[in-house]
Design a protein around this ligand. Sequence first.
Ligand SMILES: N[C@@H](CCC(=O)N[C@@H](CS)C(=O)NCC(=O)O)C(=O)O
Length: 208
Amino acid sequence: MIEIIGRQGSHYTRMARLLAHELGVQYTLRPIYDLLSEDPAVFGGNPALKLPALRQDETVVWGSQNVCRALARSVPGGESRVFWAEDARTPLLMNAHEIMAHTMAVQVEVVFHEVVSKRPADTASRKRRASLVNCLVWLDANLDAVQSELPAARIRMFELGLFAVLEHFAFRNPMGLSAMPRLTGFMAAFGQRASAQATPYRVDTPPA
Ligand SMILES: N[C@@H](CCC(=O)N[C@@H](CS)C(=O)NCC(=O)O)C(=O)O
């Protein structure tokens, strides 16, 4: 019995859920309603107060990378069906995984500053948004070359993370992506996958 502790509106949770669906792993989602809680118990015991986490029997792992590993290990041959960031060997693929991971991380910071806390812009927040936009521009410019180096037969973590963060913009941090045609084209194509359609972004509403 696998339980993903996370949120339907979280791009890190989405990445893990996409992987579960791609691998055919059965799981239940235990929603975290209070993102701002300071109680580790809310986050599956994670002292970092971050989500997602995964519980399997008595074991809990924290963080999307560990969640994805645990999902892949839960099915025979699962790990080798996946192309992980650590499998990247060329500078382009190594950089692409770094930039995709950073885009996911900086999206959280931008959303926390601008959307959750509604704080006015400051030097640090302006730099974070510039960093986010720069990464998207880089990903758009390099997407074709990156995809040509990714093995077609594997489930590519780069694509799961990229799709999760790209679709997250409309849900949580609206910004125009029309100047990035390769990213929007990728999003439209990946969005046809059963895994994408099974995991749409939603607000988790606590039971009344
Ligand atoms: N390194 C963590 C980062 C996860 C993360 O930033 N998750 C966001 C939600 S998408 C979160 O927990 N936000 C709450 C917070 O930052 O306080 C991972 O890979 O799982």
